[in-house]
Design a protein around this ligand. Structure first.
Ligand SMILES: NC(=O)c1ccc[n+]([C@@H]2O[C@H](COP(=O)([O-])OP(=O)(O)OC[C@H]3O[C@@H](n4cnc5c(N)ncnc54)[C@H](OP(=O)(O)O)[C@@H]3O)[C@@H](O)[C@H]2O)c1
Length: 280
């Protein structure tokens, strides 16, 4: 059991988000409830899901079965790409609450901007209404480039609380992270382990061996010390525990600089400027 030392980050409306959460993309559906419960046992109090992951129901079942007070668990979900039109977004959010079995989500995000579709300002207006109704404690975006955020800042009235983007040692995302910081938007780093691709890097292996920890722990610690929110995914119980055991060591400035130097602008997922699929 990990001591309850997971720090929180304050969002721009004062809501606190645990800096470490549990990612649920591609968890096997039949195992999702049990794996989320494992994560709670290991000390996680934040779960990241999405309409697109088709596992909101199982995530909600785990929240209910955990016996944890609702106020101690932070749940994020995201709007499916098919539902950017205003009324579709409102209806999709209602379905999320039903699937999760919750009255309120902690954070609701637009999953992708889909710039060629061009409806994300409408979707944002719907999220603002949901926020005003109190059924989402915070609202934000995911995979938004500065140009997409600029448009929301111009047309909307609520500043997104977070921008969830792909970040790992091979994709530092300096420009988007700086834009987020300038506007008081918290950066959430998705695929924090680069879906495993960064874990065999020899630079990370050397740092891990010096600290007596694993490569995954080094990479997650790098994210935390940069101030980003992370939610590594694992379907392996030992790794779920390993990925939460991050608070007994710290990287020094040399370690952080060596990991920063690994950047090679390499994505594991789609580029937000060209991802426009609505059928997922
Ligand atoms: N907003 C978006 O567009 C977006 C996109 C992608 C992801 N996300 C969110 O971000 C979360 C995390 O990203 P991700 O799932 O893509 O990738 P990730 O967390 O970077 O990596 C997951 C992969 O790493 C392996 N792994 C996990 N812990 C490990 C460890 N300690 N040692 C060795 N291997 C380990 C996992 O294997 P096993 O499972 O086999 O253990 C899995 O193959 C997602 O689950 C989702 O919640 C959001």
């Amino acid at each position: 059991m990990v001591p309850m030392t997971i720090p929180s980050v304050a969002l721009n409306n004062g809501v606190l988000i645990p800096q470490l959460g549990f990612g649920t993309y591609k968890l096997p559906p039949t195992e999702t409830k049990d794996l989320v419960l494992r994560a709670f046992e290991a000390g996680y109090r934040h779960v990241d899901t999405a309409q697109m992951y088709r596992n909101e129901r199982e995530v909600g079942q785990a929240v209910a079965a955990s016996g944890l007070p609702r106020s101690e668990v932070f749940v994020t979900t995201k709007l499916n790409n098919a539902f950017h039109a205003h009324d579709d977004a409102l209806a999709a959010f209602d379905r999320s609450l039903e699937e999760l079995g919750l009255d309120v989500v902690d954070l609701f995000l637009i999953h992708w901007p889909l710039p060629a579709v061009g409806l994300y300002p409408q979707a944002w207006a719907a999220l603002e209404e949901i926020y005003a109704s109190g059924r989402a404690r915070a609202i934000g975006v995911s995979n938004f480039q500065p140009a997409h955020l600029e448009r929301i800042l111009e047309t909307g009235s609520v500043v997104p609380a977070v921008n969830q983007i792909e970040v790992h040692p091979y994709l530092r995302q300096d420009e988007v992270r700086a834009f987020n910081t300038t506007h008081g938007i918290v950066t959430e780093a998705w695929s924090p382990l680069g879906r495993g691709t960064v874990l065999a890097d020899p630079v990370i292996a050397v740092i891990a061996s010096r600290h007596g920890v694993t490569p995954a722990q080094v990479v997650l610690r790098w994210h935390l010390q940069r101030g980003d929110v992370v939610f590594p995914k694992s379907a392996t119980p030992a790794r779920i525990a390993e990925n939460a055991d991050l608070f007994g060591f710290a990287l020094d400035d040399g370690d952080l600089a060596a990991i920063d130097a690994l950047h090679r602008d390499e994505r594991t997922g789609s580029h937000p400027d060209t991802e426009n699929r609505t059928g997922r």
